[in-house]
Design a protein around this ligand. Structure first.
Ligand SMILES: CSCCC(=O)C(=O)COP(=O)(O)O
Ligand code: ZN
Length: 209
């Protein structure tokens, strides 16, 4: 019998979809979702191959990232970034993935501390509907010390939805719902792929002039 909550199942479905895209290379990535009417959230267990599905994919933790149930599972090594978001905002879902594209973009624009996009229809997927809307994604240094990484990450957690790139590491996005977080993640990855292809085409056009 399946005794998982609706939120557990929603996170499992999102995980399966992101796995289908091959966004969990080398056991990377972590996902979480708030359990409503409780101060807790489900988060992926650390170090697992997130392409695989099992009943022990997620564990329930408190807003300090500590397991609240008897378990031999360890919460994600990056749980602190999830707690930063849940403590500061009303977001209900956090997604973190490593892709080649988000890593290359973070390295190309890392010295500027951000990457910005304008005049793209897909920016609407992030909730920005004005014609001249800008999507600005901060890029932070990839500190190996997670409390230090969290200190640098926190100032960029400003609303109930958002995205931050960690240089040569990955992206963390959050939203009010699983659907919103996934939409923002997909829009960001679309824009990263677009920008890399555009840069390549411009370089090629420049080289044949
Ligand atoms: C092998 S990737 C290094 C850790 C990481 O960045 C990541 O996203 C996965 O860590 P977790 O503890 O959540 O499995
Ligand atoms: Zn990571």
């Amino acid at each position: 019998m399946n005794t998982h909550t609706k939120e557990w199942q929603e996170l499992a479905d999102i995980k399966a979809e992101l796995a289908e895209r091959d966004w969990f290379m080398g056991t990377s990535g972590n996902l979480s979702i708030r359990e409503p009417k409780s101060p807790f959230f489900y988060i992926t267990a650390s170090g697992k191959d997130k392409r695989k599905q099992s009943d022990s994919d997620f564990l329930l933790v408190d807003l300090k990232g500590k397991p609240v149930e008897d378990t031999n599972l360890r919460p994600s090594a990056e749980t602190l970034l999830h707690t930063d978001i849940y403590r500061k905002t009303n977001a209900n879902c956090v997604l973190h993935v490593h892709t080649v594209e988000n890593n290359v973009i973070s390295e190309l624009y890392g010295d500027e501390g951000q990457v910005s996009f304008r005049n793209h229809e897909i920016i609407k997927a992030t909730g920005r509907w004005d014609e001249d809307s800008e999507l600005r994604i901060p890029i932070i240094y990839n500190h190996a010390d997670i409390p230090l990484l969290s200190d640098k990450f926190k100032p960029h957690v400003e609303g109930d939805s958002g995205a931050v790139l960690i240089r040569n590491h990955g992206i963390t996005v959050w939203g009010k719902s699983g659907l919103e977080a996934k939409r923002i993640l997909e829009a960001c990855e679309f824009l990263f792929q677009y920008q890399l292809l555009l840069n390549q085409q411009k370089a090629f056009a420049g080289s044949i002039r």
